[in-house]
Write a new protein. Structure first.
Lengths: 141, 101
């Protein structure tokens, strides 16, 4: 297998990237840390329970998106955005299912996806209605 | 490279030993003249990000891939495993190699 050598996308995590990742760790009541690859790409580590505090999930930001691995280097998912990452994390949690950590991760992701699923159609429908009826309403007024 | 921003301080003993293991692995990789990408290639990994995870001291080399890592770095597998055991399982290492019968 050849290693994917993408162009570099170095630098620290941006606040908007870090927020959902930190939420994920906090939801699971786990600590976290950051680091970089040799080429300067940002990595986010979710650390397991004491006393080992081994890495249980690692998110790396590469040029093409985000790569999610577990603490043993198993590839869990590749996602162009952090929203997709949430789905990958859920998949990992279900497959790995090591401890309470994974159950909390599943719960967090499920809640988030449920909220998104419920809210998105409402917004879409409102937008559609507005587009369809706004000219008629405007004509009446 | 690690820029620390911990939400909560990990237990120093385990974390420090893993960091030392990571530093040792990085030193051996560099001595073998390999980049993280090249090492990942030799290990058959799709991405090199796991190499970084281990070298930064957050992940461990899994037991089932220690031989592959050792060979990729040009180190005898038994020497490699013994060295890593000293970092990952210091008590076991002590029992196996340090405590006299």
């Amino acid at each position: 297998m050849s290693v994917i050598d993408f162009p570099r996308r170095g630098g620290d995590w941006r606040a908007d990237e870090l927020r959902p990742l930190v939420s994920l760790a906090q939801a699971a009541r786990l600590s976290w840390d950051t680091g970089t690859t040799e080429r300067g790409e940002a990595q986010f580590y979710v650390l397991g329970p004491a006393p080992e505090h081994d890495c249980v999930l690692c998110v790396s930001r590469l040029a093409q998106g985000y790569v999610v691995e577990d603490g043993a280097g198993r590839l869990i998912g590749e996602a162009p955005s952090l929203d997709r990452f949430a789905v990958a994390a859920a998949g990992a949690a279900i497959r790995g299912s090591r401890s309470f950590v994974t159950r909390v991760l599943v719960a967090w992701v499920t809640i988030r996806l449920t909220i998104e699923e419920k809210l998105e159609p409402i917004f879409e429908e409102s937008e559609e209605l507005l587009t369809r009826f706004a000219p008629q309403v405007a004509a009446i007024i | 490279m690690v820029r620390s921003r911990k939400a909560e301080k990990p237990a120093p003993k385990h974390a420090n030993l893993r960091k030392r293991a990571g530093a040792w692995l990085q030193e051996k990789r560099k001595a073998a003249g390999l980049s993280q990408i090249e090492l990942a290639q030799r290990l058959g990994l799709k991405y090199y990000t796991f190499i970084s995870q281990v070298e930064n001291g957050f992940g461990r080399v899994p037991s089932d891939s220690m031989e592959a890592w050792a060979r990729a770095l040009g180190i005898a597998p038994s020497v490699f495993a013994r060295e890593l055991l000293a970092y990952y399982e210091p008590e076991l290492h002590k029992l196996l190699f340090e405590v006299k019968a």
